[in-house]
Design a protein around this ligand. Structure first.
Ligand code: ZN
Length: 425
């Protein structure tokens, strides 16, 4: 037996029958399957490559192999061969993605499942239809989270802009509450945490570290006291605006000309922000500017951010269950390994991939925690009553002397320790 040919050739998908007989139908140069040679555990499992050195005598895996059989050479020219190689390579990257994600699961920065729970079940988790193990109409459920190797999730506490100046704070509290109850009801799957140590612990336990992000500055009703209280309830980021201006920040529609600028953007805050993360939203319209998009276009965005800001600035903020259209190939949270496989195919290093999965967020989170630990006495500024929509408000605490004008930048600067990341939606 010419062992060198076992080194030279690597078997790919479908090359071995259940009974161990070798079929000359799927051989390729080993370089077509880099990395698979070491998969010693590969035996009869279809879809995986065989390790070199295995044969029917020593390992019982493949039959004696000498020089490539005539059939092999014919095979090179066969129409089906190269597609098969492509499948092999694709599988290789996906296998590698799964291998990486077993150690470093994905942390996603934005998921609107709580909003779906409100809309469909008025947050009644005990409703049998709301069972998170079998929930079918959402992008997110427990089996999909497991299949997607999601190990950390910032659940979005979102209330629409039409609650501004009305019941936005109450609605926000209710959405935080439903996240807490998810953790209570499914303790085998979710663990509510509030810091980087908690996330790492959840990774160890194979659970989904569950954190709260509040979506839209209107949720704090221009009150630093509300902001702090939300923090104590577990909120670990606040996106500055949704689709409405607040008295202290303009929303994105100002850039489109749909809304009028009131605060001249975020310039004072932007100068202060460091160590941030861009957590990419998967909404088709943002990804492709069209109703249709695909996984590859999402990877293009990740490539672009990597080129502009470095791989250490990239994260995922899929917006699952917060948007109506998602790219083909990224239809729900179970598809994260496919996106990671695409990054590997694009020659992202393993360290870069681990970064976008979790390490970048953990790094920034820990930096924020350091800042938070050294934050001085909390600010006591109040926003002038004149800047608030008055129809549903009492005026307790306000007097003529307390109406000093608060610069928007002062309020924004006060947010710095709490802002972990700036989502795109
Ligand atoms: Zn959202």
């Amino acid at each position: 037996m010419e062992q060198q040919s076992l080194v030279r050739w690597t078997c790919v998908n479908g090359c071995v029958d259940e009974d161990g007989s070798r079929e000359h139908m799927a051989l390729s140069p080993r370089e077509q399957c880099p990395g698979h040679e070491s998969e010693a555990k590969v035996t009869w499992t279809k879809g995986l490559c065989l390790s070199p050195g295995q044969d029917s005598q020593s390992g019982g895996h493949i039959g004696p192999v000498g020089k490539p059989a005539p059939g092999d050479q014919i095979m090179w020219a066969s129409w089906w061969f190269w597609p098969l190689v492509a499948i092999c390579i694709a599988d290789q990257f996906r296998d590698q993605a799964v291998q990486i994600m077993q150690d470093t699961p994905a942390i996603d920065g934005h998921n609107d499942l709580p909003w779906q729970l409100l809309k469909s079940f008025n947050n009644q988790l005990l409703d049998t239809r709301a069972n998170l193990s079998s929930l079918a109409h959402t992008h997110t459920n427990i089996p999909k989270l497991k299949a997607g190797f999601v190990g950390g999730q910032f659940w979005s506490a979102y209330t629409p802009c039409d609650t501004q100046n009305k019941d936005a704070v109450k609605r926000t509290l209710e959405q935080i509450d439903v996240v807490h109850r998810m953790c209570q009801l499914y303790p085998e799957t979710f663990v509510c945490v509030t810091n980087s140590t908690g996330i790492r612990q959840a990774f160890q336990e194979g659970k989904v570290a569950s954190l709260v992000g509040v979506e839209g500055g209107h949720s704090i009703d221009s009150s630093l006291a509300v902001l702090r209280a939300l923090y104590h309830l577990g909120m670990r980021y606040l996106t500055l605006t949704h689709s409405c201006n607040t008295p202290w920040a303009d929303n994105w529609l100002v850039d489109t000309g749909t809304d009028t600028a009131q605060s001249q953007g975020l310039s004072s805050f932007g100068q202060r922000q460091t160590g941030s993360l861009v957590m990419v939203n998967f909404y088709n319209d943002y990804v492709s500017c069209k109703a249709e998009a695909n996984l590859s276009q999402v990877a293009d965005h990740l490539d672009h951010i990597k080129a502009v800001a470095g791989a250490g600035a990239v994260g995922f903020g899929g917006d699952f269950d917060g948007v109506s259209r998602l790219p083909s190939g990224l239809e729900d949270v179970s598809k994260y390994p496919d996106l990671v496989a695409e990054l590997l195919r694009r020659k992202w290093t393993e360290a870069e991939v681990r970064g976008v999965l979790a390490d970048n967020l953990l790094r920034v989170f820990e930096e924020v925690e350091q800042v938070s630990n050294h934050t001085q006495a909390p600010g006591e500024e109040v926003i002038p009553l004149t800047q608030l929509e008055p129809s549903c408000r009492t005026q307790y605490g306000y007097s003529k002397s307390s109406g000093k004008h608060l610069q928007p930048g002062a309020l924004l600067a006060s947010l710095v320790p709490l802002l972990l990341c700036q989502g795109l939606l």
